[in-house]
Design a protein around this ligand. Structure first.
Ligand SMILES: NC(=O)c1ccc[n+]([C@@H]2O[C@H](COP(=O)([O-])OP(=O)(O)OC[C@H]3O[C@@H](n4cnc5c(N)ncnc54)[C@H](O)[C@@H]3O)[C@@H](O)[C@H]2O)c1
Length: 312
């Protein structure tokens, strides 16, 4: 991680789920971290906000404001940019495509336009760009067939990165994240939803037990992100971040049930499967850098449940 240590780093989306974990790790590596966020989707508690903000220079900033982004880059000569700010919830992207396009596409363009002098830009994309997989596990050379509004904005974001690499001499790494879960995640995502149901209502209702997803604990995702960033990448590099392991939703519900204790009822609603029946990352390229999961799935679930207990 020597490449990253002591750098001046920008993290966009710093108060989000992944951004807040990343900021903490970067500041522990003695980086000077500037974190920006407009707090529109940040779900961190005030304590957690302060916890992150105390370690970094936080600026409340909307990345869709080209003038504000320009001033940010004039004030700081960043070595590395981690661009995470996004409308990250596919449901919200569908309901409000104008917002998703503005943030995920125009906001990304604003960040890129100003990053010319940075050593490296890391763009956080999503496995959603692959769409319905033609092959499992899904490798980085799989076609970008995603068609939902969130996927479309991420595909355009990736193409914008390519534009700045090919035409303006930038160095960009794209990371396609599968499903990350853990402390600090909230909202509509499956693992927080099932844990909350189990803790509050003693019932876990799953839409359908059959789909298989690649789910990884947040510390392992951040490890992967830092490993990729500290590598001597090519000018335009692409990495999947995923465990390479598929977990069936029914099995996920059982693991949560076992961890929470007796008396939890799991109900499979057997509704039509939403999205692909099976999504698993081919993480061969990531592993070739020496990365491996250190917390792992079951321990990650245990830690996430413990954190939820403190909230409820
Ligand atoms: N969590 C996952 O499993 C996952 C999977 C694939 C990809 N990703 C990607 O990783 C990134 C981070 O995801 P997350 O789960 O932490 O989401 P998140 O919603 O918790 O974080 C996104 C942050 O961006 C901020 N933001 C939104 N619009 C902004 C704007 N106009 N200006 C400045 N900040 C703005 C939000 O306030 C929020 O704090 C996103 O780009 C997302 O698409 C996440």
């Amino acid at each position: 991680m020597n490449y990253i240590s002591n750098s001046l780093v920008l993290v966009t989306g710093a108060m989000g789920f992944l951004g807040s974990h990343l900021c903490k790790r970067l500041s522990a590596m003695n980086c000077d971290v500037v974190g920006v966020d407009n707090l529109s989707f940040s779900k961190l508690s005030v304590d957690k906000h302060n916890n992150v903000m105390n370690k970094i220079l936080f600026k409340e900033l909307d990345i869709t404001r080209a003038d504000h982004v320009e001033t940010l880059f004039r004030d700081h000569k960043f070595d590395i940019v981690f661009h995470l700010a996004a409308v990250a919830n596919p449901r919200i992207c569908k309901e409000n495509f104008d917002l998703a396009f503005n943030v995920n596409v125009m906001g990304t363009k604003n960040i890129l336009s100003n990053s010319k002098n940075c050593d490296k830009i890391v763009f956080i994309s999503s496995a959603a760009v692959y769409g319905e997989p033609l092959t499992i596990p899904i490798a980085e050379d799989h076609p970008l067939n995603g068609t939902d509004p969130y996927a479309i904005t991420k595909i355009i974001g990736e193409k914008l990165c390519l534009n700045f690499v090919k035409n303006y001499g930038y160095r960009v790494v794209i990371v396609r994240n599968f499903n990350t879960f853990g402390i600090g995640q909230s909202g509509d995502y499956i693992i927080p939803t099932l844990i909350r149901q189990a803790l509050v209502h003693k019932v876990i209702e799953i839409w359908n037990s059959k789909p298989i997803r690649d789910m990884m604990y947040v510390d392992d995702t951040i490890d992967a992100l830092l490993t990729i960033t500290s590598t001597n990448n090519t000018d335009f590099d692409v990495y999947n971040i995923g465990s390479g392991r598929g977990i069936q939703i029914g099995k996920l519900a059982d693991i949560i049930k076992q961890n929470i204790g007796n008396g939890i009822n799991v109900i499979d609603l057997q509704k039509p499967v939403l999205g692909s029946p099976k999504l698993i990352a081919d993480n061969t390229k990531l592993k070739s850098l020496g990365w491996k999961e250190s917390v792992g799935f079951e321990e990650g679930i245990r830690r996430t449940i413990e954190w939820f207990r403190t909230l409820i």
